[in-house]
Design a protein around this ligand. Structure first.
Ligand code: SF4
Length: 366
């Protein structure tokens, strides 16, 4: 039986550049789009071998920054894929680039999950981030999605921009009122070369960040959301299968500028240079991952899941015991890691320390 296979497609264009953005993106310019889509189609046809795909995720950039005709062309390209019956088909979008015509197009081409970069409902925070939407427009677009049958919605929320519990509380109040089945919550990391960094904004104090993390988790659990990955919560059955496949270190193709694939133990990284991509030089590097690297990746990605890593599955795949490959005794003794129902996982009490625990874990390779 073929295991799960995901497809990631990167659309790097954005009509507005956010003050914190460190992703591979380019200001939307109509003159590049057709050429980009031509190359995307060529790249897919040159590498995809007709396997059944279980998820498609169109990310960016802002895929919905494409106009209606460009978006339709993109969806026609996705017809190349041999889709499983229960495929999860996600598109990332932002509030200002979505409208009723585009929503109808999503339905027409069987997109069944929409992830919206909301980030906050607070007008001052949105201004600081240089996002052009507001609370009213966000609520309106979510209503339009739902009334058109697109109910499987995620919103991305950023916290820790400034230390202000009131803003976080209100953001979660509005999210809960909207009755959306999935939320990804990220604390803002101010990356070098971004507008915020250059203008002397700093990451908030670790203790405030940890308190915010606990506050979010408690409120979402109290409201029947399942915490299934460090930053991700969903109503039961609305977990993102595409992202779970990443955390399972599963196979996926990545197409488009800067996209990464992991297929048959090969990590293939596409170029981040648009001119190279548009000339057909899609791939930047190919690395064959040996067993050691794969075991480390399986653990580091797998421990991001709240359920952790299945100890027997690890043994079946690698013919090795986790506790012989990694020296985990001290982490278990300190109760940072725990074993429950055959899974090795981060102790939920210390999830807010997950980055430190994962670094510590990697250093304990025998
Ligand atoms: S929409 Fe996303 S990719 Fe585009 S600039 Fe903002 S954060 Fe970056």
């Amino acid at each position: 039986m073929q295991s799960f296979l995901g497809i990631y497609i990167h659309i790097p264009f954005c009509t507005n550049i956010c003050n914190y953005c460190d992703f591979c993106k380019i200001f939307y310019n109509k003159k590049y789009i057709n050429n980009y889509l031509d190359n995307l189609e060529k790249e897919i046809k040159s590498r995809y071998k007709g396997e059944i795909v279980n998820s498609i995720y169109i990310g960016g950039g802002t895929p919905t920054s494409l106009d209606k005709d460009e978006l339709e062309r993109l969806f026609k390209i996705t017809k190349i894929f041999n889709k499983s019956k229960d495929i999860e088909f996600t598109i990332e979008s932002n509030v200002e680039s979505l409208n009723l015509d585009k929503i109808k197009l999503l339905k027409k081409y069987s997109v069944n999950r929409v992830s919206i970069g909301v980030q906050s409902f607070d007008k001052d925070i949105l201004k600081l981030l240089n996002r052009n939407h507001n609370k009213e427009k966000t609520i309106d677009i979510i209503k339009k999605l739902k009334t058109n049958g697109l109910t499987n919605i995620n919103i991305d929320l950023i916290y820790g921009i400034i230390p202000n519990r009131d803003v976080l509380k209100k953001d979660l109040d509005i999210f809960l009122e909207l009755d959306i089945p999935h939320i990804s919550c990220y604390s803002l990391i101010i990356e070098p070369h971004t507008y915020l960094y250059i203008n002397d904004y700093h990451n908030i104090d670790d203790n405030i960040e940890y308190d915010d993390y606990k506050y979010i988790r408690d409120r979402l659990l109290d409201n029947n959301y399942n915490h299934y990955e460090i930053s991700n919560y969903s109503k039961l059955g609305y977990e993102s299968s595409h992202n779970i496949n990443y955390w399972d270190n599963g196979n996926y193709y990545g197409f488009g500028l800067s996209a990464v694939s992991f297929i048959d133990n090969k990590r293939i990284s596409n170029t981040k240079n648009l001119s190279k991509y548009l000339k057909g030089n899609y791939i930047d590097s190919i690395e064959l991952e040996d067993k050691d690297i794969r075991m480390s990746n399986t653990m580091i990605l797998g421990l991001r899941k709240i359920d952790g890593v299945n100890i027997n599955s690890f043994k079946d795949i690698y013919n090795e015991d986790i506790n012989k490959v990694f020296d985990i005794d001290k982490l278990l003794e300190d109760k940072l890691l725990m074993i429950e129902d055959g899974y090795l996982k981060i102790n939920p009490k210390y999830l807010y320390l997950s980055n430190e625990i994962l670094i510590n874990f990697l250093e304990r390779k025998n």
